[in-house]
Design a protein around this ligand. Sequence first.
Ligand code: ASP
Ligand code: SER
Ligand code: ZN
Length: 662
Amino acid sequence: MIGYFGSLFLTIKYLAMSYYIIIKMLVSRNLFYILRQKSSSNNKKRSNMKQLFKLSALAIVIATTLTACSEQPTTKAATTSVTSESKALTADDALVFLTKIANEQVELNLEGNRAEWIYQNFITEDTAALSSAASQKSTEAGVAAAVAAARFDNVDVTPTQRRQLNILKQSLVIPAPQDSKKSAELAQIGAKLGSLYGKGTYTDKDGKVLSLGDMTSIMATSRDYDQLLDMWQGWREISPPMKDLYTRQTELANEGANGLGYKDLGTMWRSNYDMPADDFAKELDRLWLQVKPLYDDLHCYVRSELSKTYGEDKVALDQPIPAHLLGNMWAQSWGNIYDLVAPENADPGYDVTKQLEVHNYSEIEMVKGAEKFFTSLGFEALPQTFWERSLFTKPQDRDVICHASAWDLDAKDDIRIKMCIQRTGEEFSTIHHELGHNFYQRAYQDQPVYFQNSANDGFHEAIGDTIALSVTPKYLKEIGLIDTIPDESKDIGLLMKMALEKIAFMPFGLMVDQWRWQVFSGQITPENYNSAWWELREKYQGVAAPVARDADAFDPGAKYHVPANTPYSRYFLAHIQQFEFHRALCGISGNTDPIHRCSIYNNKDAGKALNTMLEMGSSQPWQQAYKVLTGNEQMDARAILDYFAPLQTWLKQKNEGKQCGF
Ligand code: ASP
Ligand code: SER
Ligand code: ZN
């Protein structure tokens, strides 16, 4: 009801204002001149009637433009009116506006999510077309809402309304220019990039067609230099066709960001952290400098062990590590080469992949296991529809986007995951990661639509990972996956395995957006896309392309989040945050074990504390949510450094006399 009367009121108000604008224009003689020219041959009465009619029609057009907040003012007259009108707007207008947009968004989101779900589960020309049409529609609505929200910039609104208006102005990931041709083009490019990645395969020299999943397994387990190189190069054949699309997408999205008042898309992405965009970039640098010494120690040790395995001619001790030898297609986490670098006599005492096999855990049982962790903390079980609608295994008969993701289709209870689960320890962690998204989504579902999100995007990525940090030997014994808890003499192994996952990831988590930010700002131009990517890979990670790259190579495109346009700094943040969350939750649970042995399984107090933060959604600046759980308003790498302190001491001993650095 409020929406209906509110709109009526606004229409009348805008109608009056529109007449005022037109009269001003008439006074400035432009419009008057045009009307007079056109009516000069008609008789006076008819001409007057006609003029009045035209004026009214024009006024209605302008009024409708102003009332329908989902349409952006594009004409000069409308823009002028928006500026002169903003003084007259009030907090009540903001309420009407925000309610209207929220209602529209709920509908649009559901429609868009459904189209996207079908497309990602069944990639064809047709589903791509439907998905891009839906995404064009919601992007256009989002851009229009962002433009309309800016009308309240100088209006005295409540703090909650201000936060909601800011969220509307900032949160589009790929804003479109205000031109329907261009927004259609942008949406189509998005779907094309997604399809190129999702359908990507490599046919090896024996004619065998390999999916990314097949290649991921080989990268994880093969120790054959040439076979690894073949996989590494093969997968990167999918991305050269993406380069021109990516170049054009960058142009269009930058134009969209400009239209919303941002210098470029990168600035817009960096504006989502309750601090000035420049401060956020500095914050990342500060956190990275805290972690870098530990990364350097790990890198030095791993390089020397790899050199023992593959020979100094392949892994030189003073050079970056060849990127195909680290157990992962992107060298982003290195847990799969644990066996090559494991400290003597200090293995973790178990291997989750093997234990899953021994206990014959199915994919569904893996998901049930992860769900049980959350319910043990007091969270409600997942709804029946989750089990009916999720995708857990790779279909044999169609193309799907296999990259793991979590969905909330209706902002109520239709939550799902979509994964092509492999039965490995690594995937067991990823399942926890995805369920973390789903439990977060459900925890904030009673917030207003605008606040149905994580405190910042790092939080969303951190929750499931936080839980997975509690997948310790003690926990695995409790659920019957292992029989005995290895004693503490094995802890260096445990920490090494974890560091290969987490510490190794951090510079990668940082460099992906360092690259994109520079692409968006124009510092990196299309001719340099690939070389700049590798410069950053060397600078941050100390890894190098194992072979010279072709002139048309577009290696960033072979990493899911680039064609999918998912910002990546969130994963870097999540790695800092999850160790702070883990430490706080362990404290609440009364843990007395060393932090890397702590599991909050079954602890309702920890669950309650976690939920208090989750249910806030994005209703407060993230610093407030952070404080609720950790007691601090600033992120800090101390928790992750403390966690790995015993390993760092050990690494320093091992590295004595070695030439480190890259
Ligand atoms: N959604 C996860 C990531 O992209 C999936 C994964 O870990 O593979 O963050
Ligand atoms: N899930 C993210 C990725 O796959 C971060 O681990 O890159
Ligand atoms: Zn995620």
